[in-house]
Design a protein around this ligand. Structure first.
Ligand SMILES: [Cu+2]
Length: 150
């Protein structure tokens, strides 16, 4: 009898914790723009600090852009946005995410999201180095965004 009650309370507590986590999850918005504050072909903001469980919605303010994950923490789902359409990424693992706009990767249209702590920074730096080979203009952006993670 007591055992059954304890089990029931434990079950309810777990449900409550899940509901609380869902209620606390935030949605961030990143705009995909032809021109930003200081430069052209940008994600704004290009760096986000979020919590695991949050979502990031990429919104096409201008035409011709998409958002695809390039590098994610191990086991994270990632995302593949379609050009000219909004896409919502669920940030399901802790660490650094690097994403890009496929048509404008060569122009440095990239972004970085950090969820929780930067537990995979070393791998992220290596991924950024490889991605940099595809970037012809605004090469300094990716390093700058990545340097904001810690
Ligand atoms: Cu673009």
């Amino acid at each position: 009898m007591v055992n059954r009650m304890i089990k029931r309370i434990a079950g309810l507590t777990a449900l409550l914790l899940l509901a609380t986590a869902a209620a606390n999850a935030k949605e961030f918005t990143v705009e995909m723009r032809n021109s930003g504050e200081s430069s052209s072909m940008v994600f704004e903001p290009p760096f986000l600090q979020v919590a695991v469980g949050d979502t990031v919605r990429f919104v096409p303010v201008d035409q011709g852009h998409n958002s695809v994950s390039e590098f994610t923490p191990d086991g994270a789902k990632g995302w593949q946005g379609v050009r000219n359409e909004a896409v919502t990424a669920t940030i399901d693992k802790e660490g650094i995410y690097i994403y890009r706009c496929e048509p404008h990767t060569f122009m440095g249209m990239v972004g970085v999201i950090q969820a929780g702590k930067a537990v995979n920074k070393k791998a992220a730096i290596e991924a950024a180095r490889v991605l940099s080979e595809q970037i012809a203009v605004n090469k300094e952006r990716l390093d700058k965004y990545l340097s904001l993670s810690n």
